[in-house]
Structures are given as structure tokens and as C-alpha cells.
Design a binder for this molecule. Structure first.
Ligand code: PCA
Length: 220
């Protein structure tokens, strides 16, 4: 296992899915690959929008880099802001088939695993920093039941079961403007803003060991 002397952060994004030409989660992650933020090298990795294969790719990449922070990114077309996911649940219930045509319905992500895991990133502190940077953001209490929730659950399960010295979580981002022109009425966020948001989140995650108390509850 190649361990790097400098501490590092792993950032993942997904391949396009559901007929889209791009996935802004990967475009944003890719843009930060190789940069150093607060002394942490950022490694970006593209995950396939596929059940199981996405997780195998993620696990291999974690083993390769031994990151201290993992932030997985995904697109949530229709959402209006940066969504800091609080929780991943142990269920796959695919609305549409994945990129390999696989459509699991009501199966566990990890058989016998806990019902749910909470993100171990300081999501409230990240929320505050995003707002201070004038970037629209909120805490989300559902990452859905598709590949993104699958990856978030698998990530947190891997960290816990392997007792890794690593914190992890998942962030959903809106459509990019180039996608939103084909989705009348849908919100979008420029890639530049998403990239800025990721820098703010990484800075916060590597400098704040403890989260803050900040009201961010919602009814959804
Ligand atoms: N979003 C999907 C999977 C890949 C992505 O970018 C989701 O929210 O599950």
C-alpha cells in the first residue's frame, strides 16, 4: 500500500448518468486534482455510476492514498444548492438502472451492515464556512437510495470496519448551467462556484477536528 508522506484528501466525482453528457461532480473534482490545500494534496478519482463497481474503485483508491479526509461528490439535478449529506442508509432502491443496466430494488448496500451511518465530516462547520463565503448550501438528510447513497454508505462502512484514521462524507451538487439549459426551471450552479465550495469544504475538514452546533434542520 503506497502511503504518501504528505497528508492527502481524496475527492471523488461520478461519470455522467441518466442521459447527461457530463457530470459536474467529476468536472469539479478533476479541476482540483494535484492541488495542495492547507498542506494536504488533493487526489481526484472518477467513480463509475454503477452499484458495486463504484465501491470497489473507491476502496482501491483509499488503499492507494490513505487519505485523512474523503469527500465524495455527486450530482443531484434539481437541488438548488450544495447539499452536505448527513446520513447514508443501508438500502439500494434504484429509480433508474445504473450505467451497466443494473437496477437493485430494496437490497442492502452491505448485507448485515448497520442500518445507517452519519457523515464523519464536520458538516455544520462546513455549512457555516460556505455561507460565510456566500455559497448557497444546506444540510441534507437524505442522499437518496441510488448510487450516491450506496457510495456514501460503503465509504463510511469501510472507514469504520477497517478502523481507518480518516473522516468521510458525501456532497451533492446541482446541475451545471450547461445541463440546466435542457431542464427548464431547474436550478444550477457554475462550475467555478462548485470548485470554490469544494476548496472551502476541504479547508474546513482538514482544519476543524470538531463540528459546531448550528441549527440546520429541515422538514425534508
Ligand atoms: N448522482 C447520482 C449517482 C451519480 C451522481 O452523480 C445519485 O445521486 O445517486
Amino acid at each position: 500500500m503506497a502511503k504518501h508522506s504528505k497528508p492527502c484528501v481524496l475527492l471523488t466525482g461520478f461519470t455522467p448518468f441518466d442521459g447527461e453528457a457530463v457530470n459536474p461532480s467529476w468536472l469539479a473534482a478533476q479541476a482540483l486534482d494535484g492541488q495542495t490545500i492547507e498542506g494536504h494534496v488533493v487526489h481526484a478519482k472518477e467513480l463509475p455510476c454503477e452499484f458495486n463497481h463504484s465501491l470497489n474503485t473507491l476502496y482501491k483508491t483509499i488503499d492507494k492514498y490513505a487519505p485523512t479526509v474523503v469527500i465524495c461528490l455527486g450530482q443531484a439535478g434539481g437541488r438548488s444548492d450544495i447539499s452536505l449529506e448527513r446520513v447514508a442508509i443501508n438500502i439500494n432502491d434504484a429509480r433508474i438502472p445504473d450505467n451497466k443496466g443494473f437496477q437493485p430494488i430494496d437490497t442492502p448496500v452491505i448485507a448485515g451492515g448497520d442500518d445507517a451511518y452519519f457523515a464523519t465530516l464536520p458538516i455544520k462547520a462546513m455549512l457555516q464556512k460556505l455561507h460565510q463565503a456566500h455559497i448557497p448550501a444546506s444540510v441534507s438528510n437524505t442522499a437518496g437510495t441510488y448510487v450516491c447513497n450506496h457510495v456514501m454508505y460503503g465509504l463510511l462502512h469501510y472507514i469504520k470496519s477497517h478502523e481507518l484514521n480518516c473522516r468521510g462524507g458525501f456532497v451533492h451538487i446541482p446541475f451545471s448551467p450547461l445541463q440546466a439549459v435542457n431542464h427548464s426551471g431547474a436550478a444550477s450552479m457554475s462550475l467555478a462556484s462548485v470548485i470554490e465550495a469544494i476548496k472551502v469544504m476541504i479547508t474546513c475538514a482538514v482544519t476543524e477536528q470538531h463540528d459546531i452546533k448550528l441549527s440546520a434542520g429541515t422538514t425534508h
